[in-house]
Design a protein around this ligand. Sequence first.
Ligand SMILES: [Zn+2]
Length: 130
Amino acid sequence: MKKDIHPTYYSDAKISCACGAVFTIGSTAKEISVEICSQCHPFYTGKEKLVDTAGRVDRFKKIKELQKKTSQVRKGKAVKKARSAKKKLEKEKERIQQEIKGNDILKAKPAPKKSSKPSKASAKSKKPAK
Ligand SMILES: [Zn+2]
């Protein structure tokens, strides 16, 4: 080896993991700290575990919880649909009531009543076609 060009080599460098495991290896750095190692990585342990770096899992869980809360407060599609159907029904009722009122007025004037008859007849003629 050439002199004065190689970094100091520590044959007993300490590797400390976030899980608490400590390894001794050869390295140019005296101490290395890692967040995952063969003692705690799910690939080696065989246990299912969420590997969390920089609290990303916590963030994800938080977001999920928030979504759950908002979904509880917010009405779903089914509720919205039911509500719109109810509104439609109420509108239809109003329309029919107005029509009935209109017919009462029309009763006084017999001429427009005739115009409503052909529409009824056409509705009847449509029914047998079905
Ligand atoms: Zn570890």
